[in-house]
Design a binder for this molecule. Structure first.
Ligand SMILES: Cc1cc2nc3c(=O)[nH]c(=O)nc-3n(C[C@H](O)[C@H](O)[C@H](O)COP(=O)(O)OP(=O)(O)OC[C@H]3O[C@@H](n4cnc5c(N)ncnc54)[C@H](O)[C@@H]3O)c2cc1C
Length: 440
């Protein structure tokens, strides 16, 4: 296949800075062996999903994971930390049938339960909170999305509540929002903390290596994996879960259109500043418009905001772009909490939402020795973990309705040729941000 030209980089600081697992050590690359049964490229939630299930199905197998940067510094550790059970508006809105949404709900809850069980059984202490999620609207024009979601939840018989006025302000510590739909099944987590914590307690037959970029994967009766550090290993099967970098390996072409988005954390509030949040528990909301601002009050007393979209043509963000994003992030924070506008941001970063053109996942058997998987949408943590989980079953010859469903919907559309994609995506993202108005 192809030699990788672009590698992931770390730009900006994020959840990893607040993780108690930040400095834990994985294996020394000197320990890398020449041969494995399974090699997984990428240590995000997708890679975790594959490794977790393969290790369970094949306790005798030798399994290695190679992650290019520090685990938790990739997009799996740089998202907004919503592990969402219900089908989510961003990305897949209007693109899935009711039956598909029902199946997603079933699959999402089953993978959430599995992650929860792994956390409980291993005894790791990670930032994982069952506080549910608000879909918040600052503007009556945005009620449409909330009403559509409520209708689907009614049909699926999933519990939710509507809050507005003073009750909503008491729950969020701001009068900015007019109305919200609350679903209790979403978890709010520090995604880097959970991911890193889970990787530290992998079974003994799984070797985890970070800061070990993979340069090339060649297929054959066995896969040959060339590492950037000069080592070469072979594996019966190599599974590529490289997120937005999937195409770099030559396993597909013009499938992914990564969208950059930006996040910021305030410093921790003082006791006095926390009076604004008197009686308010940690909470989080996605916006009533797909291009609006995501907000969280974290367990360690910070506000997190995420907004801004740009098309990630070069699959990387930069310090300049992050600086540009700060203005919009600050406006969102200060509009919601004008009394706290003196509070600075401690960490700011940019990440890549790994979209496909039609928001469908990418889950393929490229050859007998190479498989690939990626989620293809904005709310990708659950989906990529479950694609990884069922990919491990596929490789192991286990058939199920769940696997058949994922195989059936794994139909990402090809992107139009350049320059149409870049121009089209840029205009569409700008238009969506304009339409989002004060939801940003
Ligand atoms: C700002 C932002 C907010 C988001 N918020 C949410 C949210 O709240 N909830 C949600 O569900 N989803 C959210 N997402 C999406 C979510 O983060 C992704 O869907 C998820 O991280 C995809 O996981 P993955 O494992 O498939 O890919 P990734 O997380 O991208 O993991 C792939 C890994 O492969 C590694 N890799 C790539 N190339 C190589 C190589 N050559 N060698 C070795 N390793 C390599 C990368 O370093 C990376 O760590 C958000 C995304 C962003 C950017």
């Amino acid at each position: 296949m192809r030699t990788v030209k672009r590698y992931p980089t770390t730009t900006g600081d994020s959840w990893l800075e607040m993780s108690s697992y930040k400095n834990c050590q994985f294996l020394d690359p000197k320990e890398i062996k020449e041969n494995y049964d399974y090699v997984i490229v990428g240590g995000g939630y997708g890679g975790y999903g594959v490794a977790d299930r393969l290790a369970e199905l094949h306790p005798e197998a030798k399994i290695a994971i190679f992650e290019a940067i520090k685990i938790g510094n990739g997009d799996s550790g740089k998202n907004a930390g919503f592990i969402i059970d219900v089908p989510h508006n961003f990305g897949d809105q209007g693109n899935t049938t009711f039956e598909e949404n029902e199946m997603y709900y079933h699959l999402n809850t089953s993978i959430i339960n599995r992650l929860q069980k792994n956390i409980e059984d291993s005894g790791i202490d990670v930032d994982w909170d069952h506080c549910g999620k608000y879909l918040c609207c600052a503007n009556e024009k945005s009620y449409k999305m909330m009403e559509e979601e409520a209708r689907d939840l009614d049909k699926m018989k999933v519990e939710y509540k509507i809050y507005e006025g003073e009750e909503l302000a008491r729950r969020t510590g701001t009068h900015y929002y007019k109305k919200a739909l609350y679903t209790p099944g979403t978890l709010l987590v520090n995604p880097a903390d959970v991911l890193r914590g889970l990787f530290t307690v992998m079974p003994k037959n799984v070797e985890v290596y970070e800061n070990v970029p993979v340069m090339r994967v060649d297929e054959g009766s066995q896969a040959t994996i060339y590492l950037l550090n000069g080592k070469r290993v072979t594996a019966n099967v190599c599974i590529i879960t490289a997120g937005p970098f999937m195409e770099e390996f030559g396993v597909c072409k013009r499938i992914f259109c990564p969208v950059l988005s930006y996040g910021a954390f305030t410093r921790q509030f003082t006791d006095r500043e926390m009076h604004t949040f008197e009686g308010v528990k940690p909470w989080g909301c996605t916006s009533g418009h797909p291009a609006g601002t995501t907000v969280r009050l974290t367990r360690d007393n910070r506000i997190f905001v995420r907004n801004g979209f740009t098309y990630g043509t070069s699959r990387t963000t930069s310090h300049q772009r992050i600086r540009w994003a700060i203005g919009k992030l600050r406006r969102a924070f200060e509009a919601r909490w004008p009394e706290l506008k003196h509070v600075n941001f401690e960490y700011v970063y940019g990440g890549m939402i790994n979209m496909t053109f039609n928001f469908r996942p990418f889950m393929i058997r490229h050859s007998s020795s190479v498989y690939c998987s990626a989620s293809g949408e904005g709310a990708g943590v659950c989906k990529t973990a479950l694609c990884g989980h069922y990919l491990a079953e596929w490789i192991s010859g286990i058939q199920s309705d769940e696997l058949r469903f994922l195989q059936k919907i794994s139909t990402p559309k090809h992107l139009p040729p350049e320059p149409f994609t870049t121009i089209g995506a840029t205009i569409r993202l700008m238009w969506e941000e304009f339409r989002a108005g004060n939801e940003i």
